[in-house]
Write a protein that binds this ligand. Sequence first.
Ligand code: TRP
Length: 371
Amino acid sequence: MEEKTQKQIILTGDRPTGRLHLGHYVGSLRRRVELQNSGKFDEINILIADDQALTDNVDNPGKIRDNIIQVALDYLSVGLDPNKTTICIQSALPALHALTFYYLNLVTTARLSRNPTVKAEIQMRGFADEGLPAGFFTYPVSQAADITAFDATVVPVGEDQLPMIEQTREIVEKFNKIYGETLVLPKAMIPENETQRRLPGVDGKAKMSKSLGNCIYLSDDAKTIKKQVNGKMFTDPLHLRIEDPGHIEGNVVFTYLDALCTDEHFAEFAPEYANLEEMKAHYQRGGLGDGVCKKFLINVLEETLSPIRAERAKWEADIDSVYDILQAGTAKAVEKTNGTLARVRSAMRINYFDDRSIVKEWKKVLKESKQ
Ligand code: TRP
């Protein structure tokens, strides 16, 4: 479809497999709220991708069910506003399942095998040895259904999701070529800089993960955060005495400060420095201890997370309202995605019962077959 006249529509989502953490905040949630409030988009849709989460949690549906509320609370508490953003649950959108089924014919298994994200995940989850569930193998196709069902033009995602968007674009192009211009071609929007792209765990490991215990969750209390920073945060192993010159590279305290702190934080909590550059310079020269830096980081984290925590507490006290928000958002999404499915069926000419026009066609077919 013509992009100039196209409405600007965002669709993004998360698998509800756990509470969201600081990595999600820095890499995506913060940006979503900005996009929501920018006024530049006609529609913003966020999908709680429970069906996709089931593709590698088939034996643990309870985990997915429980985490839908955690993720929804995380969304609401960072400032996603249900009046501006539609939050919906994937499994309650039947059009997505139907679209997936049709799109599966537009990709080859060879192409799916080459998807780098799927390849990496197959290794990570041990599917290479245990056997690969067909549903998991084809989840990029279901993600293409998610994206196209909402007519998304922009898909804000982490870098690891680029292969999904690429595959979606191929499906869109193929569909439109065969059946005529029907689906909207989406673009990925990835985080602007390295710090946002991947916030390491507190221990310096590349990724925050529940099993490594190296996360800071948005819903953590102040005490837990302090413990993670003081007890586990990786700094500079060569910085033994305060006077020693310190290293910034790979030092998680400074990585987190890069992602979160502002000059105002310095004015408030460390007025001896005007900004992070000055603090870094002091650390590199020597004479600045890790304890002081960590204390500053804890202040910055508190300043960032305490409003989120307070907002969460309000919603936690009113889960009925969260249910209503999800139900209303999902109802809206059902309508929208059913519309796309109707368009797709009609493009494929399998919309037999929209009207009786095929009766006339069938009669003609029969007449011709007898000639
Ligand atoms: N695959 C995404 C992730 O693991 C979640 C997701 C599902 C998604 N459907 C989507 C993201 C559609 C963007 C658009 O994070």
